[in-house]
Design a protein around this ligand. Structure first.
Ligand code: NDP
Ligand code: 2IT
Length: 445
């Protein structure tokens, strides 16, 4: 396999699918050597089979708003690969959703899920529906209309969706309510469920906690910890909230949050009581971060700016794809940043990653660092199958173990001769090998 030639052909086939092509190229560049050293992969056409989803399902979602006006959104589910377990991955509701974005997310999910060591294949889905400013009843009607199509293709042993941007506990509730009515059964067909109806303790915090557990291991490789460090965060959603909570607990000072309107800089740090306010801000469904600067003293609001210009020790992007570019990376490096670790999926551009790695700064890619979310979804599936509910302490201990295992695996496959750890290579090679070997075992299907 020659990456440039392969990508040329793929680009022709999927013109304009920028995010999907970006995600594929990164994986191929990491695995090229291992792939070519193992001719059984080439002869089984593993890469040609892996880069195309098993299937893409698209459907229209008609729903009526509170005034009775009809709206039509697009719905998707990309079932990418189920070699190691049922399709698994979140649903994203955001106006920017396109097939390219869901294909990149589904592709990444294959390797992320493989790294968790749990039996889960890769998938992603969602809609261009914008939850911002919608009433609860509008969100409920949209979720019900979405599930009216989705339920036909999911199942606890087939495909298990969860949340992502714009899909949190409330949306999962409305989706699950409709699924149960249609399917007439109580099964763990979605994860991220509420505690009273089959959910797992720690799932809401899991992605953010996992990111910090992973970054803690990374810092450990250079003899550092979170204690006394300043941290820049982007986003103020589910992932950012969990990261802020755990980083603060470990003695760090989180000084930024961001939204699509800009970022807030709070030099005193986002304490526990301020983290509570993040939740209130989220509940307004307005998705702007500016009110934080009115609520607390000595907080600056930087309109339409990103938090990466602030001098920090650790940067944790937790909002969305391609939100940290080469200039942002250079600013962080110039300011002495030690570690950049991804809570979001693919937040750093390829050029940013190249610069960070060239300067030998610790860099943790999302498919390893944010795998605690789906890892804990896997734990929720296990509890549902056993009809049991584990205590928070047990789930947290298992999550911690999953993250330290992933870190070990990255070291095993990513340590360079000079001692620098290439976590991108480590995660991609380890994630790939498990899936590719499973595909070989299962034959040409
Ligand atoms: P949420 O919807 O809870 O929060 C996302 C937040 O980021 C929103 O406040 C959103 O605002 C904001 N945002 C979106 N675009 C931008 C931007 N360009 N600049 C700044 N802020 C922006 O989603 P999650 O916290 O669940 O997801 C965040 C990231 O983490 C995504 O990349 C997701 O794929 C990833 N992830 C999520 C997991 C989970 O379990 N939830 C697991 C692993 C990864 P707005 O809506 O107004 O754009
Ligand atoms: O990107 C992700 O890993 C998620 N949004 C979580 C997926 C899941 O199935 O829990």
């Amino acid at each position: 396999m020659n990456v440039d030639k392969f990508m040329n052909d793929l680009e022709k086939k999927h013109q304009g699918e920028i995010e999907y092509l970006q995600a594929v190229r990164e994986v191929l560049e990491s695995i090229e050597k291992v792939y070519n050293e193992n001719p059984q992969f080439e002869s089984a056409g593993i890469i040609e089979r892996l880069v195309e989803p098993d299937r893409v399902i698209t459907f229209k979602v008609p729903w009526a708003n509170d005034e009775g006006n009809v709206n039509v959104n697009l719905g998707y589910r990309v079932q990418f690969n189920n070699a190691i377990g049922p399709y698994k991955g979140g649903l994203r509701f955001h106006p920017s959703v396109t097939l390219s974005i869901l294909k990149f997310l589904g592709f990444e999910q294959i390797f992320k899920n493989s790294l968790t060591t749990l039996p889960m294949g890769g998938a992603k889905g969602g809609s261009d529906f914008d939850p911002k400013g919608k009433s609860r009843s509008e969100i409920m009607r949209f979720c019900q209309a979405f599930m009216l199509e989705l339920w036909k293709i999911i199942g606890p042993n087939t495909d298990v969706p969860a949340g992502d941007i714009g899909v949190g506990g409330q949306e999962i509730g409305y989706l699950y309510g409709m699924y149960k009515k249609l399917a007439r059964e109580n099964t763990g067909v979605l994860t991220g469920k509420g505690l009273n109806w089959g959910g797992s303790l720690i799932r809401p915090e899991a992605t953010g906690f996992g990111v910090v557990y992973f970054a803690k291991e990374m810092l450990g490789t250079i003899g550092e910890t979170f204690l006394g460090k300043t941290v820049a965060l982007s986003g103020f959603g589910n992932v950012a909230w969990g990261v802020a909570q755990k980083a603060t607990e470990l003695g760090a000072k989180v000084v930024t949050l961001s939204g699509p309107d800009g970022f807030v800089y709070d030099p005193a740090g986002i304490s526990v009581e301020k983290i509570e306010y993040m939740l209130e801000l989220r509940a307004t469904n307005e998705d702007i971060v500016r009110p934080y600067s009115y609520e607390f003293e000595n907080v600056e609001f930087h309109q339409d700016k990103r938090p990466w210009e602030i001098k920090v020790d650790i940067a944790l992007p937790c909002a969305t794809q391609n939100e940290l570019d080469i200039e942002d990376a250079q600013k962080l490096i110039d300011n002495g940043c030690l570690c950049i670790c991804e809570g979001a999926n693919m937040p750093c551009t390829p050029e940013a990653i190249e610069t960070i790695q060239k300067h030998k700064i610790l860099y943790g890619p999302g498919k390893a660092a944010n795998a605690g979310g789906v890892g804990t979804s896997g734990l929720e599936m296990a509890q549902n199958a056993m009809k049991l509910c584990w205590p928070a302490k047990e789930v947290d201990a298992r999550l911690h173990q999953i993250m330290t295992n992933i870190h070990e695996t990255c070291l095993q496959y990513g340590k360079q001769p000079d001692g620098y750890v290439d976590y991108v290579k480590g995660a991609n090679i380890a994630g790939f090998l498990k899936v590719a070997n499973a595909m070989l075992d299962l034959g040409l299907v």
